[in-house]
Design a protein around this ligand. Structure first.
Ligand code: ATP
Ligand code: MG
Length: 236
């Protein structure tokens, strides 16, 4: 279980997150929804040590991790898939995926096994394995970013807007893949603007508005698009 407890954080003197609290239970999928600039990426950066909180705590499996440097997070099983689907454009798809396992580059057999699993999960990447990653479509880049994260053998994935700028059909494919990862036992924290994706995948949903948690609920039949959007858009 990951617990975000009363976090306040920001950039310089500008406070962005105000007393943000929520938890991410093991083996589940927790979604944080919010509009542009609501603090979603800032929340993920704070969890994975790229930004130090001004106050509050981040606790993973009972241990405080909020003072640890970002490079220590992979050892704790936390891996961020950042917003923007960035790839090393001139390197091949396979080289890009392998970058995710750079810190375990001596474990050759295990890496080969994990690479094989990534190709099983994302068959579209197999055909393109030797192509420069810069030639991939947006959906394929997102698959590559997920595959690269898997090479680090995460226990928990932090996904920053995987559906952004993709067509509904490709969002459907990415959604199936996230579902599959969760079935394989990964814990997932999904940050999104896409309400229907969160409703499709999440066990628990938290809505961020202006750096505050405006709503926290368990996903279920009585949670609908309209009630979430009311909080999301600040109409309540
Ligand atoms: N490096 C930075 N320096 C200063 N301010 C920043 C920085 N990064 C983000 N901000 C500000 O913090 C606020 C929250 O940004 P954040 O990136 O967390 O939002 P977000 O919810 O991820 O938005 P989006 O959906 O557009 O990605 C915004 O007002 C943004 O301008
Ligand atoms: Mg963001």
């Amino acid at each position: 279980m990951l617990e975000v407890i009363d976090i306040q954080a920001g950039y310089g003197k500008t406070r962005i997150l105000h007393r943000v609290s929520f938890s991410v239970p093991d083996g589940g999928l927790t979604a944080v929804l919010g509009g542009n600039g609501s603090g979603k990426s800032t929340t993920l950066k704070t969890i994975c040590g790229l930004l130090r909180p001004d106050s509050g705590q981040i606790v993973l499996a009972g241990e405080r991790i909020d003072q640890l440097p970002a490079h220590a997070m992979a050892a704790h099983g936390l891996v961020l898939v950042p917003q923007g689907k960035e790839v090393f454009a001139e390197m091949s798809v396979e080289e890009n995926i392998l970058m995710g396992g750079y810190h375990r580059r001596r474990e050759r057999a295990a890496l080969k096994h994990d690479l094989h699993e990534v190709y099983e999960l994302f068959p579209r990447l197999v055909q393109r394995r030797r192509a420069p990653a810069g030639l991939l479509s947006g959906g394929e880049r997102q698959m590559l970013a997920l595959g690269r994260a898997l090479l680090a053998r995460p226990r928990m994935l932090l996904l920053d807007e995987p559906s952004a700028a993709l067509s509904p059909k490709v969002v459907g494919e990415i959604s199936d893949m996230i579902h599959e990862l969760r079935e394989r036992g990964l814990t997932i924290l999904l940050v999104e603007q896409n309400v229907s994706l969160a409703l499709e995948l999440a066990d628990d949903i938290h809505v961020l508005r202006e750096g505050r948690v405006a709503l926290s609920c368990r996903n279920g039949p009585d949670v609908d698009m309209a009630s979430l959007q009311e909080f999301y858009l600040g109409a309540s």
